[in-house]
Design a binder for this molecule. Structure first.
Ligand code: FMN
Length: 748
């Protein structure tokens, strides 16, 4: 490979492996930024290595996560084989390659960032050179702590090894100078004249008053015994200043704003619609909410909504043929308006000032604005809209944010406590803070003298990412609408008050319950309640884990392999699309064709409250599209007794272990799992390894044959046949993931 000079691809490749989407979105953001900076760049999932020609790449930036028990994500399973094969054939196979790796993991797991570390070792052993040190980010304490400085340092390192057509960002700042009044660095210092800003301030003030902040329950008493505080991060430099538009430009801004009444999307949506650098299919577009139905009973613990999003005809024809059952789409959602108003009120920004359009400038020409704020150097927006649509106000706080807030405090007590929280000595209190999932407003209210400049807060907050939802219809059913089913995320956290415990040991068990809400789902629910729901901004997000039914055979008959689908709760959503697709394939099947077997495992709390898509699945069963349906009820013992159901889907699988093992081992079946990574993803993996071990216990010959197929066979030297061990069963599952027989669509 090293002598394949003529084949070398000079672009910088941004490659990722991701199980629940973090590595994917970070990699995409870095790739987009690279393209803006003038690097010739491409972006791919690792398992597409054949399409993009991995072996001919010269410069690669990897972002890879770790899943399972130190395992690589499913969408890199094939890549590892290629890497192993190439390095086996030639010890210096990758001596032409320069790479940088960002690993995502979680120190709560035993094999922290194993994928990144393994990749690093293997590439170095194969002669490749690291042009930038590997970063290992910890989801347990906040990925951003490592991710952001790592990305910041990547650009100069990348510029040394790859060609870049420009040295500055493609976002110019010429327009800013034309339209701005004098630059200010403090919104509070601005004189706001009454006649200028058309919108009424009353609504926003009422909204701020309506938002309840959550008092944090943190124990700072250990601080008293400390002699010194160490290990706090450095203060990130202040980069951002705001300036309001002059009267003419502001008038034009309000005239354009008046046209946006029927939209619930970022005011700068047209820029987002203008495109993605790589694939127009992924560009966002405006769509309408055609209908919304609550599909759980009023008594159910969770509200699940089925929402129909109608695609405008131009967008529908754009994505036609490019999406399949199993894909998802992104929704651009804002922070809760009351939370935004609460933050602005807490910062002392009055409602009128908050709504005035402004442009952002970097105060230090050597430091660029954060990528998600850069558009505001040429596109005016109000500080209220920037906080609503661009900054994540609810993600777990980072130490860097807390450290920077120290400088915004007027009182020493607040400064000391914030400093303690981000120090080495305050680690336990910081972890407790994150566990309480505070919003930025909760943090500001916990340190009453802290009042940073609004633009300072804005630049310190991470970007607000769009939210993804699995599409639960197939294009064969309707290719101009996307249906989603989601739970409205509202929940309570239990927090033990450290002071009640100290004063009264009897009360120590009495935990306080605090309410938390998701960003997108409560907002969507609120939109669906409006008489005429406004347009929302959406973008197709194709499934990159090959989580799709295999295409029909050239004869037109459906793929004959049996299909097992495991999707409790809203995890059933993509399977509704699968069944629609299968129904369409069967309708078009040659007369002599036979119906492949399909089996769905679904679980809910009770048949009366949250049996999602009951009519659809029963209809598919009656029509013979679905061969078998196993339903579980976790909170309804009577229903379990009546229907002979198990409690959880993994119990139902274990109960039918021999049939499942027979389908997987002898009938070449495909197994699909959809749902929460830590819940169903882990449980099905466990159940499947037990099922395989149990089945093969009485079939030692078959076990031995299988063990021999595993990449590193652990078959005992003893010629006497032995059953499969649990470790081998897990290896077999990984092998099936590689061969796309075990497919998982999991969310964090
Ligand atoms: C089921 C599950 C298993 C995980 N196992 C590990 C592990 O063994 N080692 C590790 O460092 N991180 C582990 N993690 C943490 C993830 O790597 C981390 O959350 C990362 O941000 C996920 O990135 P992704 O969304 O791109 O997959 C695990 C996460 C989940 C949900």
């Amino acid at each position: 490979m090293s002598d394949a000079g003529a084949l070398i691809d000079e672009r910088v490749a941004f490659l990722y492996a991701s199980q629940t989407g973090n590595a994917e979105s970070i990699s995409y953001a870095v790739y987009e930024e690279a393209a803006k900076r003038g690097f010739s760049a491409s972006w791919h999932v690792l398992d597409d290595h054949e399409k993009f020609g991995f072996n001919s790449l010269r410069t690669i930036v990897f972002v890879v996560s770790t899943t399972g028990d130190g395992d690589p994500p499913d969408n890199s399973a094939r890549f590892w084989r290629v890497l192993r094969k190439a390095t086996r054939a030639d010890a210096k196979a990758y001596s032409h390659l320069r790479f940088a790796i960002l690993g995502l993991g979680d120190t709560n797991y035993s094999n922290f960032c194993n994928t990144a570390q393994r990749l690093d070792r293997q590439l170095l052993a194969a002669g490749a050179t690291a042009f930038y040190p590997t970063g290992l980010a910890d989801d347990g304490t906040g990925l951003e702590e490592v991710v952001e400085p790592w990305i910041e340092g990547l650009w100069p390192a990348l510029a040394r090894v790859a060609r870049c057509s420009s040295t500055t960002s493609s976002d110019g700042d010429g327009a800013a100078g034309d339209t701005t009044a004098a630059v200010t660095d403090a919104l509070a210092a601005l004189d706001v004249s009454d006649g200028d800003s058309p919108p009424s301030a009353e609504g926003a003030e009422a909204a701020a008053a309506a938002y309840e902040f959550q008092p944090l329950l943190l124990d700072f008493r250990p601080m008293a015994a400390l002699k010194a505080i160490t290990g706090a991060p450095r203060v990130p430099p202040a980069v951002c200043a705001g300036s309001f538009l002059d009267d003419d430009a502001e008038g034009r801004y309000w005239a354009a704003a008046a046209q946006r009444d029927a939209l619930a999307c970022p005011p700068w949506h047209a820029e987002l619609e203008a495109g993605s650098p790589q694939d127009r299919t992924l560009a966002p577009f405006l769509a309408t909410i055609a209908s919304a139905t609550q599909i759980t009973a009023p008594e159910a613990l969770k509200r699940t909504l089925l929402v129909d999003v109608a695609l405008p005809s131009a967008a529908a024809s754009h994505v036609r043929g490019r999406w399949h059952a199993g894909d998802a789409f992104n929704i651009f959602a804002p922070n809760d308006a009351r939370l935004v108003a609460g933050v602005l009120a807490r910062l002392g920004v009055d409602a009128r000032t908050a709504q005035r359009p402004m442009l952002l400038q970097n105060t230090d020409p050597a430091i660029e604005l954060p990528a998600h704020l850069r558009r505001f150097s040429t596109t005016p927006a109000s500080i209220q809209d920037m906080l609503a649509w661009s900054a994540d106000l609810c993600s777990p706080p980072r130490k860097q944010l807390l450290r920077a807030l120290v400088d915004g405090c007027a009182e020493a007590a607040d400064r000391d406590r914030l400093l303690y929280l981000c120090s080495r000595q305050g680690t336990a209190t910081f972890d407790e803070l994150r566990r309480q999932q505070p919003t930025v407003l909760d943090i500001l209210c916990a340190f009453p003298s802290c009042k940073p400049q609004p633009t300072r807060l804005l630049e310190l907050l991470p970007p607000l990412p769009p939210r993804s939802y699995s599409i639960c219809n197939a294009p064969s059913e309707s290719d101009a609408r996307w249906q989603i089913a989601f739970n409205v995320v509202e929940y309570e956290l239990e927090v033990v008050d450290p002071f009640s415990r100290a004063e009264d040991p009897v009360l120590s068990a009495a935990a306080t319950r605090i309410r938390r809400r998701g960003v997108c789902t409560p907002w969507l629910e609120e939109l669906t309640r409006r008489a005429a729901p406004p347009h929302i901004l959406v973008a197709l997000r194709p499934n990159l884990n090959a989580f799709r039914l295999p295409p029909p055979l050239p004869t037109g008959a459906p793929d004959p392999r049996p299909v097992l689908m495991v999707g409790p709760g809203t995890g059933v959503a993509p399977f509704i699309g699968f069944l629609q697709q299968r129904a369409c394939e069967l309708a078009a099947m040659p007369a002599d064709g036979s119906t492949p077997f399909t089996w769905l495992f679904f679980g809910c709390r009770s048949p009366a409250h949250d049996y999602l898509f009951r009519n659809e699945t029963r209809a598919k069963l009656d029509a013979g599209v679905l061969g078998r349906l196993s339903v579980c009820f976790s909170r309804d013992p009577e229903a379990r007794a009546k229907h002979g159901a198990e409690r959880y889907v993994q119990d139902a699988m274990l109960q039918r272990r021999d049939e499942i093992a027979d389908l997987m081992l002898n009938k070449n079946a495909l197994l699909y799992v959809c749902g929460d990574a830590k819940g169903i993803g882990k449980d099905v993996n466990e159940a499947m390894s037990d099922i395989l071990c149990g089945y093969l216990e009485s079939r030692p010959e078959q076990a031995r044959d299988l063990a021999a197929q595993l990449p590193v066979s652990k078959a005992p030297a003893d010629p006497a046949p032995a059953p499969l061990t649990k470790a081998q069963a897990l290896q077999l599952l990984t092998l099936w993931a590689t061969r796309r027989r075990y497919l998982r669509d999991l969310w964090a």
